[in-house]
Design a protein around this ligand. Structure first.
Ligand SMILES: Cc1cc2nc3c(=O)[nH]c(=O)nc-3n(C[C@H](O)[C@H](O)[C@H](O)COP(=O)(O)OP(=O)(O)OC[C@H]3O[C@@H](n4cnc5c(N)ncnc54)[C@H](O)[C@@H]3O)c2cc1C
Length: 272
C-alpha cells in the first residue's frame, strides 16, 4: 500500500507514459470493471492502463518495480481461476488494445501476433491461408492469445494437436526486473538453450509480461465429418477412445458427454 504522496508520484509517471487519456484511468468506475474475472473473485486496482506498444510495457514494468507496486496482466478476464484479479491492488495492464496480427507466414507455418488478439479473430484471419491455430478453448470468441498462453489453454482439439504449450514457437516478453527478452525459435526444431517458452506458457502472468507471440500453425483439413457414438457406460466409452487414439489416423477433436451433460444440453437447446 502506497502513501498518498508516493501514489501521486506513481500516477504522475503513468500519466506521462500513457499520454493518450483513454490509455490510463484511476476512475473508480473503470477500475471496478477490471477488478474481477470469470472466477467471480474481486479486488479493485489502483489504476488501469491500456498499452499499445512493447516499449510502453517495458517502461510500465520498470515504473511498477521502482514503486514496489503489483502489476497484473489482463487479456479479456475469461479465466476461471482468478488469475487476472489484482489481489494486491496496484496496476492492471489490459492488453485489449494490442490486437495486431503482425505476420502470417504460410511458407514457415507461423503467425506473429500481439498479446490481445482474440483467438477467434486469429482463426478467421488464418482460414484464407488454409491454416488454423490449434488451441480451441470454448471461450475462443472472447479470449486473447496471451490469455491462452498464460493459461496453457486447450480444447477438444488438444487430443490430436496438443494444448497451447505445443503450439507456440517463440515469445517476446518482459521479466519482473523490467528486462525485455525473446525466447524460443521460429522453426520446427530448436534444440539449443533452456526452453523458457514452455516455462512461460501456463505461468498465469507470474513470470513475465508477454508482448508478442510466434505461433505454430497447422494446415486445415480438406474435409471434415462429425460422428456421434453412444456407449453403455463410461468404461466402454473410454476403452473405445483408447483404441481410436491408437490408430494411424486419429480424429481432429474428441468430446465426451455423459448423460447429465446431455440432459442439460437438451434442456437448454431442445432435442435437435
Ligand atoms: C466459457 C468458457 C469456456 C472455457 N473453455 C476452456 C476450454 O475449453 N479449455 C481451456 O483450456 N480453457 C477454457 N477456458 C479458460 C480459458 O483458458 C481462458 O478463458 C482463456 O485462456 C483466458 O484468456 P483471457 O484473454 O480472458 O485472459 P485473462 O482471463 O484475462 O487472463 C488469464 C491469464 O493470462 C494472463 N495474461 C493475460 N495477458 C497476459 C500477457 N500479455 N502477459 C502475461 N500474462 C498475461 C493473466 O495475468 C492471467 O494470469 C474457458 C473459459 C470460459 C469462460
Amino acid at each position: 500500500m502506497l502513501d498518498v504522496e508516493s501514489q501521486q508520484r506513481l500516477f504522475d509517471r503513468l500519466r506521462d507514459l500513457f499520454v493518450d487519456r483513454r490509455a490510463y484511468s484511476v476512475d473508480p468506475a473503470e477500475c471496478a470493471v477490471y477488478a474481477y474475472d470469470n472466477s467471480r473473485r474481486e479486488a479493485i486496482p489502483d489504476a488501469v492502463v491500456f498499452p499499445t506498444t512493447h516499449e510502453q510495457v517495458v517502461a510500465l514494468v520498470a515504473i511498477c518495480r521502482e514503486h514496489g507496486i503489483a502489476l497484473t496482466a489482463r487479456g479479456r478476464g475469461t479465466n476461471t481461476t482468478g488469475a487476472s484479479v489484482p489481489v494486491s491492488g496496484g496496476i492492471v495492464a489490459s492488453f485489449e488494445r494490442m490486437t495486431r496480427i503482425l505476420a502470417i507466414d504460410p511458407a514457415n507455418r507461423l503467425a506473429v501476433v500481439e498479446p490481445g488478439v482474440l483467438n477467434a479473430d486469429l482463426q478467421i484471419a488464418l482460414k484464407p491461408h488454409g491454416f488454423f491455430w490449434a488451441p480451441d478453448p470454448t471461450s475462443a470468441p472472447f479470449c486473447s492469445i496471451a490469455g491462452n498462453i498464460a493459461c496453457n489453454a486447450g480444447g477438444p482439439r488438444a487430443v490430436k494437436y496438443g494444448a497451447t504449450r505445443d503450439n507456440v514457437l517463440a515469445l517476446r516478453a518482459i521479466n519482473g526486473r523490467g528486462e525485455e527478452f525473446r525466447c524460443g525459435k521460429p522453426t520446427s526444431k530448436g534444440a539449443t538453450g533452456y526452453d523458457l517458452t514452455r516455462l512461460l506458457i501456463g505461468s498465469e502472468g507470474t513470470l513475465a509480461v508477454i508482448t508478442e507471440a510466434t505461433l505454430k500453425l497447422t494446415p486445415l483439413a480438406s474435409d471434415k465429418r462429425t460422428l456421434r457414438a453412444t456407449y453403455a457406460d463410461i468404461a466402454a466409452a473410454t476403452s473405445a477412445v483408447a483404441r481410436i487414439m491408437a490408430q494411424p489416423v486419429t480424429p481432429c477433436a474428441l468430446e465426451f458427454m455423459d448423460d447429465e451433460a446431455l440432459r442439460l444440453a437438451r434442456n437448454h437447446a431442445g432435442e435437435s
